[in-house]
Write a new protein. Structure first.
Length: 205
């Protein structure tokens, strides 16, 4: 599944981690983690999509190719960068400051919620996932991805692991409790989950 990423000159602010999408070697992994998350949807239309932890909005151009509307929230909302990117890419979006623990929207608002590399920063995975489920429409889906916690990723991620307060197993356990049966994928797919680098799941309301 090939994902469209905007050219570097269309991103007004290249901060960590957005700059890794444009650095050789790192680029491959960062793109692959997005591909595995969005691969659950394949060519399905996202309808009204909410990106939680949207960062600089690097995925908004891809969403725009397969959705009706885009909404992004973040507790560190980079409004200037996102609006600059959207202007250069010729797309529209809505933005709001918001926490994954208290998503600032009414019940059953979105067809799809995407949450990439955010849940690992949240201690109460169950509360976050419950609020995400609340804002999903019936039969709406959550597409989420996060790093796997093991000795390999601890070494690769270094000091950033100090901000990862929930392991992949804790997140997946909470996801199964909130959404029931969930589909899980991992990178690389040829090794057991606990020895992989990144994993993703899809949950349905």
């Amino acid at each position: 599944m090939k994902i469209y990423f905007p050219p570097k000159y269309n991103v007004p602010i290249l901060e960590d981690p957005i700059n890794y999408y444009y650095i050789p070697f790192f680029r491959s992994f960062f793109i692959k983690r997005v591909e595995i998350v969005l691969s659950f949807a394949k060519d399905k239309n996202f309808g009204k999509v909410l990106d939680i932890g949207c960062g600089t909005g690097v995925l908004f151009p891809e969403y725009s190719r397969r959705c009706e509307s885009i909404v992004g929230i973040d507790i560190f909302l980079q409004d200037y960068s996102i609006r600059g990117l959207c202007k250069k890419e010729g797309i529209t979006c809505s933005l709001a400051w918001g926490s994954i623990l208290e998503v600032p929207f009414k019940d059953e608002t979105f067809d799809t919620v995407v949450c990439i590399s955010t849940l690992e920063h949240i201690e109460d995975s169950g509360k976050a996932l419950t609020d995400i489920k609340r804002v999903l429409k019936p039969r709406g889906s959550l597409l989420a991805g996060f790093p796997v916690k093991n000795k390999i990723t601890d070494k690769l991620l270094g000091q950033s692991t100090g901000f990862h307060v929930a392991s992949h197993n804790q997140i997946l356990a909470a996801a199964r409790k909130v959404f029931g049966d969930v589909r899980v994928k991992r990178i690389p797919s040829i090794v057991p989950l606990d020895y992989s680098l990144y994993c993703a799941f899809e949950g349905w309301k």
